[in-house]
Ligand binder design. Structure first.
Ligand code: GLN
Length: 550
């Protein structure tokens, strides 16, 4: 078997959900990479949906899209931000996908004569996928979604138990993440929930090798010793993961606790000490910025920051590139009246230096977004429109500059007299075949002049998509004439991917989602430029108000 030498790290979680298992797994991945190892990481999700594409972002959080067009769990975003890998559909699978595959095989007659069961058929399917993802790597980190004790995650836990047995304990370890609550009334930190969740793991045949304790308070050696004793884990393999000021401090904190050295020792891997310099620089810039900017994110799912996870991180990375802190102000576009005066829009947005309209689906709040675009365009405030945000910019310019009354996207008004955003004929054929969206990476040719080219510094880029509707080429010339220029095109289908306003400090709309590809150690060029423009705007406004008061 090709991945005979791959070492596996299975990461499970206990006590409660939302402990940051994905982040912990990703930070561990970053540490192992910093040790020079070739690492991959994957997530197994216990829900029955085939993918999270159909789930409400308020329930599930962001849908992360890979280059190869898979709609995946947002933890894959953490993986790409912490590790150097580019994930694919192999890096995330759900119970739904596993059962779907097993049932298809059953119908096809692959198991003819046999009774198809959770063990071995479902567990084998899970094991095969772990092995496929691990192919050719030194280390494969497997994050088991859900909480130990849930009915849903049992087949996954059984599969990792078996895989660990197959590859041998010297080639696989279990890292279990739990929570140590502080009971204020007693003034005490409690280890019992951890003991119980380890007991649940033991019941299904898994003895954790390393325990990571999430806590808001520092943990004394007494607590660690107690957990060590009750849970059968060496004291130096009981690791504290206290809340950090920034998630990017996590690799440093876990390294200081000895997590990576315990992992390589347990797996008998020879590797160098990690160089944490780059992460230290990111943390220093994040926690001690010299300047800051405020960005209004005008969207629909503003109630839950998780639904714009990659976007928030990409904005922070843009700050890193400019050595400044980015304060994000979420504005619900439904609160902006389409008829609002400039002063009212300004008040709704608050004291901000730039505006971003992110991706989204459905008509709710659209008119408020379009009103915001007009405000940013007229007031010459830096504007960044992503996917739906770009479509809103095209609609706004069509209506207000090109005089195309009633211009709209056919997503919102099927009978609009001016469908500046629509589904193109070629696309309709694709959509009929069951592919509901343009998903994943597409190449884009960038025009030689303009902000997009300034940002990337190259003429051919590749970015990820997740949308149905497109810029209507029938309106390209009309919008060009009033100053909205197409500066990025997907050549094969002649689809407009980027637009920008010529007579504006920074007004860029992109049909793709650049936020998916931004990393703290490699901030995305468009976000870097957008935050740079916001910084300029802040200085301009300050100079102006300084001049006024002088
Ligand atoms: N709703 C729009 C479309 O489907 C935009 C999608 C998005 O912003 N991700 O084209």
């Amino acid at each position: 078997m090709a991945n005979k030498h791959t070492k596996f790290i299975f990461v499970t979680g206990g006590v409660v959900s939302s402990l940051g298992k994905g982040l912990t797994a990703a930070a561990l991945g970053a540490l192992l990479e910093a040790r020079g190892l070739n690492v991959t990481i994957l997530k197994m999700d216990p829900y029955i949906n085939v993918d999270p594409g159909t789930m409400n972002p308020l329930q599930h959080g962001e849908v992360f899209v890979t280059d190869d067009g898979a709609e995946t769990d947002l933890d894959l975003g953490h993986y790409e931000r912490f590790l150097s890998l580019t994930t694919t559909r192999k890096n995330n699978f759900t119970s739904g996908q596993i059962y779907d595959a097993v049932i298809r095989k059953e119908r096809r007659g692959d198991y003819l004569g046999g009774t198809v069961q959770v063990i071995p058929h479902v567990t084998n399917e899970i094991k095969e996928r772990m092995l496929a993802a691990a192919e050719g790597r030194d280390v494969c980190i497997v994050e088991v979604g859900g909480t130990v004790g849930d009915i849903e995650s049992l087949p996954f836990l059984e599969a990792v138990r078996q895989l660990s047995f197959d590859v041998g304990h010297e080639n696989s370890i279990f890292v279990h993440l739990t929570y140590v609550p502080f009971i204020a009334a007693a003034g005490e930190l409690k280890t019992k929930p951890t003991q119980h969740s380890v007991k649940s793991l033991l019941e299904i045949g898994i003895q954790p090798d390393i325990i990571v304790l999430r806590t808001e308070q520092p943990l004394g050696t007494d607590i660690k010793r107690k957990i060590s004793l009750f849970c059968n884990v060496r004291p130096n393999r009981v690791i504290t993961a206290q809340d950090e000021k920034t998630i990017y401090a996590l690799p440093i904190a876990l390294h200081a606790e000895g997590l990576d050295s315990q992992v390589v020792e347990a797996l008998n891997i020879w590797s160098r000490m990690p160089d944490m310099g780059e992460w230290e620089r990111v943390v220093a810039l994040t926690t001690r910025p010299s300047e800051h900017v405020r960005i209004a994110v005008v969207g629909k799912y503003v109630e839950l920051a998780e639904s714009y996870k990659s976007l928030n991180e990409a904005l922070k990375h843009g700050g890193l590139a400019n050595e400044c802190k980015v304060d994000i102000r979420y504005v619900d576009s439904e609160q902006i009246d389409p008829q609002a005066s400039d002063a009212d829009v300004a008040e709704a947005l608050g004291d901000i230096d730039a505006v971003l309209v992110p991706g989204g689906f459905g008509y709710r709040g659209i008119e408020g977004k379009i009103r915001t675009v007009r405000w940013a365009r007229e007031k010459k405030v830096p504007f960044f429109g992503i996917c739906l945000g770009m479509q809103c910019a095209a609609i706004e310019v069509a209506r207000d500059l090109a005089g195309l009354a009633g211009a709209n996207s056919t997503e919102f008004d099927a009978d609009t007299p001016h469908p500046v955003i629509h589904i193109m004929e070629a696309q309709k054929q694709v959509l009929d075949k069951g592919a509901t969206m343009r998903l994943g990476a597409y190449p884009c040719n960038v025009a030689a002049d303009g902000k997009v080219h300034e940002a990337y510094g190259k003429r051919l880029i590749s970015e990820r998509h997740r949308h149905r509707f497109e810029f209507n080429n029938d309106y390209r010339e009309k919008l060009h004439q009033v100053g909205l220029v197409a500066t990025g095109v997907y050549a094969d289908l002649d689809l407009v991917e980027c637009v920008e306003l010529v007579d504006h400090p920074w007004f860029v709309g992109v049909q793709f989602h650049p936020e998916y590809k931004s990393r703290p150690l490699k901030p995305h060029p468009l976000f870097a430029r957008f935050i740079g423009a916001a910084l300029q705007q802040r200085k301009r406004v300050h100079e102006r108000s300084g001049a006024k008061s002088a």
